[in-house]
Design a protein around this ligand. Structure first.
Ligand SMILES: Nc1ncnc2c1ncn2[C@@H]1O[C@H](COP(=O)(O)OP(=O)(O)OP(=O)(O)O)[C@@H](O)[C@H]1O
Ligand code: SF4
Ligand SMILES: [Mg+2]
Length: 342
């Protein structure tokens, strides 16, 4: 069963100009028509380059960004339509863990007061002892000692601070946690520990995750399903193993070709696909397929004029490319100058 379903979600930020009157002179099309479902108890990994709209999407689910159009169905209720007070109540069930644990934790509050804040806001626990017990259980679950309660964020290492961030989300016993780049501020050696912790907690509590990252390696082993975003849209979605074994969209193929392979023989034969040009601005996305300005497989028809829909190519594998079948069959190959030996 889907716990979270986005239907054609759009978040457009107005670009304002003018000294006296705020005139809207354009929009940043940060999220521009994303549909996806996250199954209960599973992890959906959302990846894509910086600026493609991942954080905006995550924040829109919690209505921290205003939704321009579309639906955010959480457990059957469209959050986009909820009155403010009901949305506030719904937030207990949807929590977010942020990239920068230092920036997202108030340095003047000790851990106990950081964790108790949400309990107070949602009226959880009838007295101090009850709240403290709940906080202690949560600290235990994230591997922090109860001595941590009286300490302040700066007294912890980066990995420990991220554990506090996770505890702050967890203490409210949510159903869904959106983890926005949960490990990208951490040393590589600590990243695996925090990812393992997220997995352990999920197994124990049956939580559902939406994990956002720009790094394919981060989402790979934690995700059941992965969605690849480019300029505000999903270009490909598949089960994690399937996506890695057989990327079908040109953009995913290019991203994947940059990842080194551990097997030396395979690595020697690996070809990299280079993308030409810069990522276009989301304030002026290209017409047609958003990727056509950089796509080594681009064709003279359709690509520059018609926006491809995300469609099912094979069971459990969706791709937004007009030419996906022909590319898969090898009938269309990338321009030779875009392919180099790794
Ligand atoms: N409040 C805002 N007002 C105007 N534009 C915004 C706002 N928030 C984000 N944007 C723009 O929307 C686009 C998407 O930003 P977003 O932060 O969602 O990207 P991201 O995929 O999370 O990138 P990163 O990997 O760098 O975190 C960017 O062009 C960004 O500048
Ligand atoms: S639709 Fe065209 S430009 Fe877009 S990914 Fe497919 S081949 Fe490339
Ligand atoms: Mg972001």
């Amino acid at each position: 069963m889907s716990l979270l379903e986005l239907e054609d979600l759009k978040v457009h930020f107005p670009i304002k100009r003018g000294v006296i009157f705020d005139r809207t002179v354009g929009h940043v099309y940060a999220v521009d028509g994303v549909s996806l479902s996250v199954e209960s108890g599973q992890t959906y990994g959302l990846v894509g380059e910086s600026g493609c709209g991942k954080t905006t999407l995550g924040r829109a689910v919690l209505r921290l960004n205003e939704i321009t159009s579309g639906a955010v169905k959480f457990d059957g209720t469209d959050l986009a339509q909820l009155p403010r007070e009901q949305m506030r109540q719904a937030r207990r069930r949807l929590q977010m863990v942020f990239q920068d644990p230092m920036g997202s934790l108030d340095p003047r509050q000790n851990v106990e007061s950081i964790l108790v804040e949400g309990l107070h806001a949602h009226g959880i626990g009838s007295n101090r002892t009850e709240r403290r017990q709940r906080i202690q259980r949560t600290l235990d679950a994230v591997g922090l000692p109860s001595a941590a309660l009286a300490r302040y964020p700066h007294e912890f290492s980066g990995g420990q601070r991220q554990r506090i961030g996770i505890a702050r989300a967890l203490v409210l016993e949510p159903d869904l946690i959106i983890c926005d780049e949960p490990v990208s501020a951490l040393d590589v050696s600590i990243q695996a520990q925090v990812l393992n912790l997220l997995e352990e907690i999920q197994d124990e509590l049956g939580l559902t995750y939406l994990v956002i990252a720009h790094d394919l390696a981060v989402v790979r082993h934690i995700s059941d399903v992965i969605g690849v975003m480019y300029l505000g849209s999903l270009v490909e979605e598949a089960g994690s193993d399937m996506l890695y074994a057989e990327p079908k969209h040109p953009y995913t193929k290019a991203l994947m070709s940059a990842v080194p392979v551990p097997d030396p023989q395979v690595e020697d034969a690996r070809e990299r696909i280079l993308l030409s040009g810069d990522l276009p601005s989301p304030a002026a996305p290209p017409p047609g397929c958003r990727f056509h300005t950089r796509c080594p497989w681009k064709q003279d028809t359709l690509c520059a004029t018609e926006r491809p829909q995300l469609r099912v190519l094979s069971e459990g594998h969706k791709v937004a490319c007009h030419w996906a079948e022909k590319i898969e069959a090898g009938e269309i190959t990338p321009r030779s100058e875009a392919v180099i030996s790794a």
